[in-house]
Ligand binder design. Structure first.
Ligand SMILES: *Cc1c(COP(=O)(O)O)cnc(C)c1O
Length: 396
């Protein structure tokens, strides 16, 4: 498929990559989409091939053309050496962590990390003799003070779940490099479209592909993208633990990928519009959105990110449970439920005070996390406007 008119040195834009990467219609009878391969057994033509495993696919658990296609496309977007798909975002997190640690090691974990990641560290890693030390998300280069001879890795998530603090990834990467320790990042919020983690010195970029890659709330999937020096360790862990994605989920991930950039553009514009609208509301104390000038680490977002997505939080002035229920119970378009990244808008209350250990959360009122979906923005505003009217009526 060489087109002489094309300048192959010109880097492809991500919008073109999501459409064309990881599929080859010349190999699939002209059909545009990679078919969904299903299977465990892969046949070998000769004893020699069987013994040397000298063919592209050897067993279903190690991948098939559908899996490899999506992995290659994500590697291209993340500018990584390799990508391994997993059955869920959490499995991507746990497989990546298990790839690097052994009994006696310490890891540094950001305090606003996705809660199930914290639960894994506090229960599974601790049982294996690995100690987790939580740190302030705004620590930056001062993370050097927490490093000991036992520190194996630093885990980052930026912005972090629920409270949306941003991390100074380049400053942390500098420290990780100086101490020869691994740097991992849960990059689900920005996706590689808006933050190319490996270009910032991160060794392992993790996606809950469940969110924006799948994009339709109909599948669970994860991905781990690695630098060349991290690839063998993550590959080994993946094989040891028998980690692999489901066929249906892989297909849905590849299908979602094709519209990733257009969906994100819409999520981005609507979320900023709604965040600014919320900032002007009397019921709202604070809006926690990295792309807003009011965000405490807005300068970091401007420096490092090329865009923002649909997820942000607000802090209400009130802490009244009855007012909250009055507002949320009757929303028409904002659903209440976990996960995010799909086409539908979501809203959930959260209490960061309940799990933080390295820092304290001083929310003056109830924190609400919103995911702004693909509905018309005026319908979403009207939905929240009616919700605020119910909230106010319940308070007075
Ligand atoms: C949802 C989420 C995960 C876990 O993804 P699942 O596919 O639900 O297991 C991990 N990290 C972040 C930041 C998430 O929001």
């Amino acid at each position: 498929m060489t087109d002489k008119k094309n300048d192959h040195n010109r880097p492809k834009s991500d919008a073109t990559t999501v459409v064309h990467a990881g599929r080859d219609p010349t190999a699939t009878h002209g059909f545009i989409n990679q078919p969904s391969y299903r299977g465990s057994t892969v046949l070998f033509p000769t004893v020699k091939t069987l013994k040397t495993l000298n063919q592209p696919y050897t067993y279903g658990r190690y991948g098939n053309p559908t899996v490899r296609g999506l992995e290659d496309a994500i590697s291209e977007l993340e500018v990584g050496d390799a990508t391994l798909l997993t059955a869920s975002g959490l499995q991507a997190v746990t497989t990546a962590l298990l790839a690097f640690v052994a009994a006696g090691d310490e890891i540094l974990m950001v305090d606003n990390v996705y809660q199930p990641t914290r639960t894994f560290c506090d229960n599974a890693l601790s049982a294996l003799g690995v100690t987790t030390i939580y740190y302030d998300p705004t620590i930056g280069g001062a993370i050097a003070d927490l490093i000991t001879a036992k520190t194996k890795l630093i885990f980052t998530e930026s912005p972090g779940s629920q409270t949306m603090e941003l991390q100074d990834i380049p400053a942390i990467a500098k420290v990780a490099k100086a101490h020869d320790i691994w740097l991992l990042m849960d990059n689900t919020w920005a996706t590689p479209i808006f933050f190319k983690a490996l270009n910032f010195g991160v060794d392992v970029s993790i996606q809950a592909a469940t969110k924006y890659f799948v994009g339709h709330a109909d599948a669970l999937l994860g991905s781990i993208t690695t630098s060349a020096r991290a690839t063998p360790l993550v590959q080994r862990a993946r094989n040891l633990y028998g980690v692999c994605p489901g066929a249906e989920e892989t297909y849905l991930g590849a299908r979602g990928l094709r519209t990733l950039t257009v969906r994100l553009a819409h999520h981005q514009a609507s979320a900023i519009d709604l965040a600014l609208w919320l900032e002007a509301r009397a019921e709202v104390s604070r809006v926690l959105h990295p792309a807003l000038e009011s965000h405490p680490q807005h300068a970091l977002w401007q420096r490092d990110f090329t865009g923002s997505t649909g997820l942000f939080s607000i802090v209400l002035k009130t802490n009244s449970d009855t007012a909250l229920a009055a507002m949320l119970d009757d929303l028409q378009y904002f659903g209440m439920g976990y996960s995010w990244g799909g086409f539908e808008s979501l809203i959930v209350p959260a209490d960061p005070r309940s799990y933080r250990t390295a820092t304290t959360w001083n929310g003056e009122g109830q924190l609400l996390r919103l995911h702004v979906g693909l509905e018309d923005i005026n319908d979403l505003k009207a939905d929240l406007d009616a919700g605020f009217a119910r909230l106010n009526a319940a308070i007075s």
